[in-house]
Each structure stands twice: as C-alpha cells, then as structure tokens.
Design a protein around this ligand. Sequence first.
Ligand code: ZN
Length: 301
Amino acid sequence: MEQPVAFTCNVCGAYHRVEAFATEPATCACGSNVRVRALLYLLSMELFGRALTAADFPRLKSVRGMGMTDKPGYAAILADKFDYTNTYYDRPPQFDSTARHPELYGSYDFILSADVLEHVAPPVERPLEEIASLLKPHGFLAATVPCTPDDAMREHFPELHEYRVVRLGSADVLVNRRRDGSLEAREDLVFHEGPGAVLEMRQFGRTGLRAKLLAAGFHEVIFLRDDVPEAGILFDRDVSQPLIARKEPFHLSAQAQSELLEGWMGARTEAGLLANRLRMASKSRWVKLGRKLGIGPKLTG
Ligand SMILES: [Zn+2]
C-alpha cells in the first residue's frame, strides 16, 4: 500500500504511522499483523458488541476460551483476561483437533484458530465437527483461513492415511500409504512459515468453507470483508479470510455479567473514593490547616 497508514493496534493499544504498510509482516511491536488484528477485532465484536483493544478487555474469568497455536503476544493478554488456554498440536498443553475430546464437549465460549485449518490432515470435516462439539451452545469459532481468490476448494491429499514427509536429495517428498495399501509419493508440497509440520493440506474457498462449517454444526458464518482502517485492518488478496462461525448467537452468561458488574462497581467505587479525597484535599480548610500543623488524614493512594 502506497499511502502511509495510521492506526491504533487493537491488540496492545499502541499508535502507529507506517510508511510502507504490508499485511503479513508484523506492523506492531506486540507482533500483530492484519490477520491477527482482524481475529481480535472479531473476538471483541462477538464478545462485547464493540471494537475494544484486547488489552482493555474486561477481566472475565468465567469466559472460557481456547487457542490453537495462537501467537504469544495476544495469547498472554487473553490468558490474563479470560479462562483461556493456548494449545499446540505437538507439545503440552496439546490439542489434536482430529481426535475426540468428549470430556470437554460443550465447555468453551470461544475457540481461536488462526491459519490452522489448512494444515490439519484430511478429512477437514473432523476438526470442524470437533470444534463445534467443544463449544457451548452459544459459543463461537473465530478463525482466519487462507481462501483462494477463485473460491475453489482444493484438497491436496484426499487419500492421506499413513504418511510422512521425508527429505530426498534437496527436496521434501510426501510418502503416503493409502487405505487400500497402495503407495503414493508427492513432490508438489507447499509449506507455510511456522514451527513444525506446516504442510499445506488444502486450499479453501469461501463458499465451500461456509458449507462445511454449517454441516459441522454451526448455524451462521460471517466473513469479515471490510477494512477497519482505524485498527490497522486493511485487506489485500494475500490476507487470510477472518470469520466468525456461530452456533446460537453469543451472549455473556449470568456469571460473566455478574463479573462485569462487579468490575464496573469496583471502578465506580474507586473513582468515588478518589474524587472524595481530591475534594477533601483541595476544599477542606481544616485539612489544609491540619496539614500545616502536621496532623489530619494522610492522603495516600
Ligand atoms: Zn500491538
């Protein structure tokens, strides 16, 4: 983008004016780029109905969330605000979205999946159904998913069964034993940046992705297509598609509402106490007199 871009990072709250804005490299010291800010924007809109900076989210420990390999910058903020756990596919706390976790079904308010679904081994229906099952009836998935400009779904390895990526000479080769026992070798592999196995398993199209999410148990899928320039969310054709997949429309539980009220009343009481102190300090001539004489209330805090 050729124009300088000014925005307030909706993850950490820092203000930036960037001369040469790019969508994928981090454009904030907290590590956020366009798709991270879009993900957090959607999370805020869904939870609170407003575009809050993540660092300003109210602390609601009754709201339970899970991240699938979220970046440490915003994962730390979410862990402070919510009952949130970031998970990894290759180390603890581990979460394998192709496995079943019945003990956790119906227990999450939100699940975040930032550029993960294109890397999960086929069939893609499995992780989508698992995520839908893990969510509460009013829970939601906030995700970013690379989608092709031509809106076509392409499953690169539909017959993946027992497989391994091996180094052969100067190139990586995927060797797969299909369910019928036959072997295939594939050299047309695409890897994405990131730690571990980030082989691209498929390319999504929006139409197909929406259909698969609805079939997996979600009732509504919203794609964010509009720029949110004040938060540094400016799309170009390379940006992964941010989306919300809802089951029932989200609302805060009675417990979370009570937490929110307590926080608000606490803030009001603090503000009231502070105002009282200031009033006493500035207006009471007795205090002034007392201060002169070295007696009277100590004004601290
Ligand atoms: Zn930031």
